[in-house]
Ligand binder design. Structure first.
Ligand code: SAJ
Length: 423
């Protein structure tokens, strides 16, 4: 009998799940609160500019059942995969309203012995303390597990089809049923863990590991800026060691809905339990300081030519939180723009993936109008730009927020150059 799956939340996590389940011959009910998103998906257009989704989305046109009613999707399904956002609020506290309302909706339609799997990133304890009580309102027996999402937006090599996963349920049966489900759709190792808290903690550990390593190189970059050492050369050199070194790269900041968010889920939960994550908090502080550090670098270079930021014509290259994606969530570029605004600079912004929030039509117009540049996001278009255009447009300063541009070439054109830990 065909398995029927409800996917709650059709974003960068849920949509790949929906595409894959349809590809595997399942009946899929996709539920999302965003009518525009449902309309696009119904037309076979991906609401997210992502290589995997742009390719797969046409295969689900006319096959996926779309609804804005979570209860209706749950009513029809024996498996329910929850892929809603779990951000932090402005005080860096977990914001679980989307997860809670998804569970409320599911509890209104949950079928007896259905399996519910939460893929959204959550702190250890969320499933047992928050999800279970809400689903129990359904008054039916159900299986419940956590299988943390591992999507890397824009990654063509590792996609939902081949990324190994970990899974654990509130009881052995739930773990087994969830593992079966993922083994049916994913061609990679599915590891069953002994407790749902271990699964919740795994994702947080993966991403916190990345955050502290980025903070490490960001602090090194600040130190090397003082010492006149080019950190990109040192990272390259350290990477020649064939074991126990893992390169990370300094930059204008850490954005996105994973790395910049997940550590706070653990920090806040641990605080409730009486443990203070000093190291993780410091790493967050260092990474959060990078946008203002990038502005300080611009101020340093402006001082050399007796200029100030006020009324300076500053071109910001990029809005997205990382290269070649269209997502601006927690983007350092937005923080850089806010600081420039507060300092009354004249700001020009261009991002080829985020044209709606750009205020010039293309890179050429930005170069024509700007005197100083900040590279905030290393989109391929910026990495490969014709640097001679900097000279043609009389650009005086380049702050390379991702250490991606040819430092020597820029300096040889008589343009002031400063990267992050590189000058
Ligand atoms: N960043 C740095 N230096 C680095 C790496 C990243 O400053 O060395 C910045 C990026 O510019 C960006 C932010 O950190 O602003 C996050 O970058 P990311 O490459 O970690 O991209 P994400 O947020 O899409 O992370 C995803 C995560 N995947 C999941 O959570 C399932 C993460 O676990 C992956 O490690 C990451 O992709 C990846 O490796 O690409």
């Amino acid at each position: 009998m065909k398995r029927t799956v409800a996917v709650i939340g059709l974003g960068y996590v849920g949509l790949p799940v929906a595409c894959l389940c349809i590809e595997k011959g399942m009946d899929v009910y996709g539920a999302d609160a965003d009518g525009k998103k449902l309309e696009l998906i119904g037309k076979g257009i991906s609401p997210i500019d992502d290589p995997y989704l742009n390719k797969e989305i046409s295969n689900i046109k006319g096959k996926i059942n779309l609804t804005n009613s979570i209860a209706d999707a749950a009513k029809k399904s024996s498996a329910i995969i929850v892929c809603v956002p779990t951000p932090v609020d402005k005080n860096h506290m977990p914001e679980l309203s989307a997860l809670k309302s998804a569970c409320e909706g599911i509890s209104k339609g949950l079928q007896k012995d259905a399996i519910v799997v939460v893929e959204s990133t959550i702190f250890p304890g969320t499933v047992e303390e928050i999800v279970v009580p809400i689903l129990k309102k359904s008054n039916v027996s159900f299986y419940l597990a956590h299988c943390p999402e591992r999507i890397d937006p824009g990654n063509k090599k590792f996609t939902i089809k081949n990324i190994p996963r970990v899974v654990a349920g509130i009881d052995k049966e739930s773990t087994k049923k969830a593992a079966e489900f993922y083994r049916d759709i994913i061609d990679a190792e599915i590891t069953e863990l002994g407790s749902v808290k271990a699964a919740e903690a795994t994702k947080i550990m993966e991403n916190t590991f990345r955050d502290i390593n980025i903070a490490f190189v960001n602090e090194m970059a600040k130190s090397f800026d003082k010492a006149g050492i080019d950190i990109t050369e040192v990272i390259k050199a350290a990477s020649t060691k064939p074991f126990s070194f893992m390169p990370h790269y300094p930059g204008a900041g850490v954005g996105g809905h994973c790395i910049a968010v997940d550590p706070y889920y653990l920090i806040s939960k641990a605080k409730q339990l009486g443990f203070n994550h000093r190291f993780l908090s410091l790493a967050r502080e260092i990474n959060e300081s990078m946008p203002s550090y990038t502005i300080e670098l611009l101020e340093q270079e402006l001082k050399k030519i007796n200029k100030k930021i006020e009324n300076a014509k500053v071109g910001v290259l990029g809005l997205a939180y990382k290269a070649n994606v269209d997502d601006v969530r927690e983007s350092p570029a937005l923080k850089i723009i806010d600081i420039l605004k507060s300092m009354k600079a004249d700001i020009f912004v261009f991002d080829p993936y985020v044209k709606k929030q750009s205020n010039v039509k293309d890179l050429n117009e930005l170069l024509e109008k700007s005197d100083y540049l900040i590279l905030a996001t290393d989109h391929n278009e910026f990495r490969n730009m014709d640097l001679s255009k900097l000279k043609e447009n009389d650009i005086k300063i380049v702050i390379d927020g991702r250490n991606r541009l040819d430092k020597e070439k820029i300096k040889n054109m008589g343009i002031l150059y400063h990267g992050v830990g590189r000058h």
